[in-house]
Design a protein around this ligand. Structure first.
Ligand code: NAP
Length: 499
């Protein structure tokens, strides 16, 4: 047990990250926090949202300064963060996350009677969350991973991202106030900073039961390995890399190709291209209309200026990724914008021959984090299908099509794309992820380390829970969620039928 009185915030003013103190406090908080009623937990998530809003005037300028992202984008991210917390507050208040199922006993059943079996979801235990560099608020300290883990009933220890330590510390203080205001144990939430060692120590700590991560493929895989090497391995939900293929079908080029190309470039360059859903690979029909699209895309990207990237390291990774594309035989530059300084490199679009997709070399298919896109031409969909089948797992796949003229081709693409990506969209662009109940922000490896999950939307809560069945447990001992009197008024599945 710990006598920690307030949440640990080993923020910018601390010298050493005390990971063990944070995990000890989280473990001590678990029993009390997981036994909060749906109303208490929901009120806590609402309180976190309110405390972040109360500090908005301090948080926004700091996040702008640390990330280089524009104020409008950061202010929007505050709304997304608080909206996400409130969505989970609603889910928890309704008890949706408990997923209660009851199969009543059938003592008279022949040849064997059936026992009374009741199922509900329970939280896994303390969760380690690695904040993302590219969303200093919505995927960081109190972002989607934290909100969904807290909603599930798991205390959270955040490893703040070094690209926005002050923002992370300010948000952590807001969460800590909500913990205190709601009378919850201090260890319900902790925040630590520190480098790779602190992150490794956190994942290896036996008190940690699961991990949420957004970042590089190398970082995510290192954490997956660290978690698997523990005496008791734990799940790691790592969102890593995706090039988000877009397929333009001929019918989509019948209209205004310039507008379509400009929309592509707008999505490609949004936020300096630092979105996990950035459209990095576009398949374009051969022929005049495709040529016109490519010229318009080249013109649009040539008119675009570089925007500051999040960290010098990310800008260096972009420089090396684009250099290797440029240095690959057969790849040509379609259009290139203007750099606006060392860490604000030029956006660029390349055209690559389709044969390069089939090679062992992954230069064309590796994620280049930033505003870099590759276009590959195709003659017909039959030729395209194996190319799509050969791609790695993706967060998104997009189709631009005219439903009247491309229907058959689009229908052939869908079964291939749904095995490759977590979200398929038509006649839109993948940047911008709605937070809701039906959203999936996940996908097969390497988009994520576990393609059965989503890190955005209310289903994200399931990552931090597991089902327990209670067989013939005496009524007086049953948890409230599965008891006969249903004190929380939950919608439950009784004998297979939703009440
Ligand atoms: P990162 O290098 O993977 O770092 C993310 C977090 O993980 C940081 O807190 C980092 O700690 C920690 N970490 C990294 N490697 C670790 C290891 N071996 N053991 C323990 N902890 C480790 O990602 P980033 O700094 O955000 O950006 C770098 C690259 O990630 C980008 O260039 C881009 O390619 C990719 N990225 C992808 C997405 C996406 O959504 N797909 C989003 C953001 C970034 P420290 O930094 O404190 O050492």
């Amino acid at each position: 047990m710990t006598d920690q009185a307030t949440s640990i915030i080993a923020g910018t003013d601390s010298e050493q990250p005390d990971v063990a103190a944070a995990t000890t406090a989280a473990a001590a908080a678990f029993a009390a926090y997981r036994s909060t009623t749906p109303q208490e937990r929901s009120a806590f998530l609402e309180a976190v949202a309110a405390e972040i809003e109360a500090d908005k005037d301090a948080i926004v300028p700091e996040a702008v300064r640390e990330s280089g992202l524009p104020e409008g984008r950061i202010a929007g991210e505050v709304g997304r963060t608080t909206g996400q917390l409130r969505m989970f507050a609603g889910v928890v208040a309704r008890g949706d996350h408990l997923g209660v199922r009851i199969d009543p006993a059938m003592p008279e059943r022949a040849p064997l009677p059936r026992a009374d079996i009741r199922q509900r979801m329970v939280p896994l235990g303390p969760v380690a969350v690695f904040g993302a560099s590219n969303f200093p608020l919505a995927f960081s300290t109190a972002g989607g991973d934290t909100a969904s883990a807290l909603a599930a009933g798991c205390p959270v220890v955040v490893k703040g991202h070094p690209a926005h330590p002050v923002t992370g510390t300010l948000v952590a203080r807001a969460v800590a106030r909500a913990v205190e205001r709601c009378g919850l144990p201090a260890g319900t939430f902790s925040f630590v900073l520190g480098g790779i060692e602190a992150g490794q120590e956190l994942v290896a700590d036996p008190r940690i039961a699961a991990v949420g991560f957004t970042g590089s493929r190398g970082g995510g895989l290192a954490l997956v390995q660290a978690a698997a090497a523990r005496e008791v391995p734990i799940p790691v939900y790592a969102e890593m890399s995706s090039i988000n293929p877009v397929v333009v079908l001929p019918g989509a080029l019948a209209g205004d190709v310039t507008a379509l190309a400009e929309a592509y470039v707008a999505s490609l360059t949004l936020g300096a291209g630092q979105f996990c859903t950035n459209p990095g690979l576009l398949f374009l029909p051969s022929g005049d209309r495709g040529d016109a699209f490519l010229r318009a895309a080249g013109d649009a990207v040539a008119a675009a200026a570089g925007q500051p990237m999040l960290t010098p390291g990310i800008a260096e990774a972009y420089a090396s990724g684009t250099a290797s594309l440029r240095g690959t035989e057969g790849i040509r530059v379609v259009g290139e914008g203007t750099a606006s300084g060392d860490h604000a490199p030029a956006p660029v679009i390349y055209e690559a021959p389709a044969e390069l997709l089939a090679l062992e070399d992954s230069t064309v298919t590796d994620e280049v984090f930033g505003a870099s896109g590759v276009v590959v031409r195709f003659d017909d969909v039959a030729e395209l299908l194996p190319r799509l089948e050969g791609l790695e797992g993706q967060l998104t796949a997009t189709v631009h099509a005219d439903p009247d003229t491309d229907g058959e081709d689009a229908a052939a693409l869908l079964p291939v794309l749904e095995l490759r990506a977590g979200r398929i969209l038509f006649n839109g662009w993948p940047t911008g992820v709605e937070v809701g109940h039906a959203m999936v922000h996940g996908g097969p490896f390497p988009a994520t380390s576990d393609g059965r999950s989503t890190s955005v939307g209310s289903l994200a809560i399931e990552r931090f829970q597991r089902p327990v069945a209670y067989q013939d447990v005496p009524p007086a001992l049953l948890p409230a969620a599965v008891s006969d009197d249903n004190p929380w008024g939950l919608r439950r599945r009784i004998d297979g039928e939703l009440e």
